[in-house]
Ligand binder design. Structure first.
Ligand SMILES: Cc1cc2nc3c(=O)[nH]c(=O)nc-3n(C[C@H](O)[C@H](O)[C@H](O)COP(=O)(O)OP(=O)(O)OC[C@H]3O[C@@H](n4cnc5c(N)ncnc54)[C@H](O)[C@@H]3O)c2cc1C
Length: 498
């Protein structure tokens, strides 16, 4: 392999001020804030894939769309003008506009998968080793600060559990994260394993061409049915109100309503459950077994409530082209799946909509002053920084609200922190537990009682720890953080500069 160490800027002699990892919605948004808030910053974005978009580039299954409305999943600085639930292609178009309008393309280096990041306190620099495409050699780059926008899951392999006798199945087993372009579902018997947003999106989109689609779920998910439209946005457009005003007004309305719903989920979960089920009952009729198929065992909001725009999933069930089975897989057979109840499901194609493999810090090997980093031994500062890891911030968005709300908030924080370091002439910043934190309880990353998606439950032992004080937690509470993050005192003793 060729070692390219001459890259400049980005060489040790001319290090980047900031290196952004990942050109998904987080990386592109962060770059926007950097060029607008700190325009003199020298930076690059390294992206493993050959284009931008992250999640929206990787996922190509039929019907791929957002689950959140784009007024809040879009950035605060760029109005969303389409229908609130957007297709993957519409999201990519929106990101492309942000790149073009802000001249970001020249900063992005595609086909650069970062393999390792080594911090040296002697030079106060990160040395990054990236692999350029397949067989394209290694690139060594130097940067003063790492802005981690690499998401939370492995883009290269989706999560498929090992079921007994999978090899005996004569049909095809597909993961939606790797949708084969040659997959022909015409007149096929299809089983979709899973109950989340991906299954709910896929089923109405493939059902018309299939002989039949069965959604096989171990346990149900909460679904919220609604129109893919926001009345107030349409009214304001009729009145020819400026799009940036509409964006802000609609964002505020949605966030106000989401906060109220979030609170009610804790205070009166039973009432919320009934409200979520009522419109589904209206579509499926009084005899449909909602208790078995659409009433989860957990509280609403312990996992994301999946939105079903215009009730398309339920219309598919009504048409007879799709059905739901709530059961457990015993084993695969040559012709399909045998269930623990003793029933069998015949299948030509099985789609495992079974989620993701958690990827902590982009699967990059981190080394701090010669010592390999065990991320699980660190404690997080508000889910953004980590004890013992200098000059690094991670963007980890919200689950209950749109991920991107946090991209904007964290970006303001990073820009403020970089400016503060400049003003102090500091080359290094690190968070550290203060004397008053010494007896603090150290807990796992997230309270799984409060929020428990499968990939986090499977990987929580790999994640950093949290404390029992709000500043040492990743609270997942947008409504608190929108005030707390801008108010962070950068001279608090939790920040150690050098
Ligand atoms: C199908 C699907 C639908 C979703 N819908 C919603 C929704 O409606 N609302 C919502 O809030 N959230 C949703 N999410 C969660 C979603 O992933 C985030 O909201 C958001 O897109 C994440 O953006 P990101 O840029 O942080 O990460 P990603 O989209 O994961 O992008 C990270 C990028 O970093 C790159 N990268 C990773 N490691 C490295 C490395 N070592 N070197 C170089 N590059 C690297 C990856 O290639 C990738 O391009 C959805 C997720 C999925 C899978």
């Amino acid at each position: 392999m060729v070692k390219d160490t001459s890259a400049s800027p980005g060489s040790a002699d001319e290090p980047f001020d900031v290196l952004i990892v990942g050109a998904g919605i987080s990386g592109i948004g962060s770059a926007y804030h950097l060029v607008t808030q700190l325009p003199a910053t020298r930076f690059a974005i390294l992206e493993a894939q050959e284009s931008f978009g992250g999640t929206w580039l990787t996922h190509r299954y039929p019907g791929i769309r957002s689950d959140s409305d784009l007024y809040t999943f879009g950035y605060r600085f760029k109005p969303w003008v389409g229908r609130p639930i957007a297709s993957g292609v519409e999201i990519l178009d929106y990101l492309n506009e942000v790149i073009t309008e802000n001249d970001l393309a020249r900063h992005i280096r595609y086909g650069h998968r970062i393999l390792s990041a080594e911090w040296s306190s002697a030079t106060n620099l990160w040395t990054i080793t990236a692999e350029r495409g397949k067989g394209g050699g290694l690139v060594i780059l130097a940067a003063k600060f790492l802005w981690m926008c690499q998401g939370y899951y492995d883009h290269t392999v989706g999560y498929t559990p090992e079921w007994p006798d999978m090899a005996a199945f004569s049909g095809r087993i597909v993961h939606p994260q790797h949708w084969p372009s040659d997959l022909d579902l015409t007149d096929k018997k299809v089983v979709v394993i899973g109950s989340g947003a991906t299954a709910a999106t896929l089923i109405p989109n493939i059902a018309p061409q299939c002989a039949h689609v069965t959604m096989l779920q171990r346990s149900p998910t909460y679904f919220r049915m609604g129109r893919n439209a926001i009345e107030i946005a349409d009214q304001l457009r009729q009145l020819e109100v400026r799009e940036d005003w509409i964006h802000e007004i609609v964002r505020r309305k949605i966030l106000f309503e989401q906060e109220a719903l979030s609170k009610r989920c804790f205070d009166e979960p039973e009432q919320v459950t009934q409200e979520l089920l009522a419109p589904i009952r209206d579509v499926l009729g009084p005899n449909y077994d909602l208790a078995t198929h659409f009433t989860p065992r957990y509280r609403p909001w312990q996992q994301r409530i999946a939105f079903v725009p215009d009730g398309d999933l339920f219309a598919g069930l009504n048409s007879g082209k799709a059905s739901v089975v709530t059961d457990e897989i015993d084993r695969f057979s040559q012709d399909g799946i045998e269930l623990k109840s003793g029933k069998t499901l015949a299948a030509d194609v099985v789609i495992a909509a079974t989620g993701f493999n958690l990827s902590v810090l982009g699967d990059i090997d981190f080394v701090i002053d010669g010592q390999p980093l065990d991320f699980a031994q660190t404690v997080t500062y508000r889910g953004m920084m980590f004890t013992g890891i200098p000059n690094l911030v991670w963007v980890f968005g919200y689950f209950r609200a749109s991920w991107t709300l946090r991209v904007d908030l964290v970006a303001d924080f990073v820009c403020r922190l970089l400016a503060h370091m400049g003003a102090k002439n500091a080359n290094k910043v690190e968070v550290s537990l203060r004397p008053e934190d010494r007896d603090m309880a150290i807990l796992s990353w997230i309270d799984l009682e409060n929020f428990n998606p499968g990939y986090l439950a499977r990987g929580v032992h790999l994640m950093p720890k949290r404390g029992d004080k709000v500043e040492w937690q990743h609270t997942q509470n947008y409504w608190a953080e929108k005030d707390q993050i801008p108010a962070i005192d950068l001279d608090d003793r939790a920040f150690v500069y050098r």
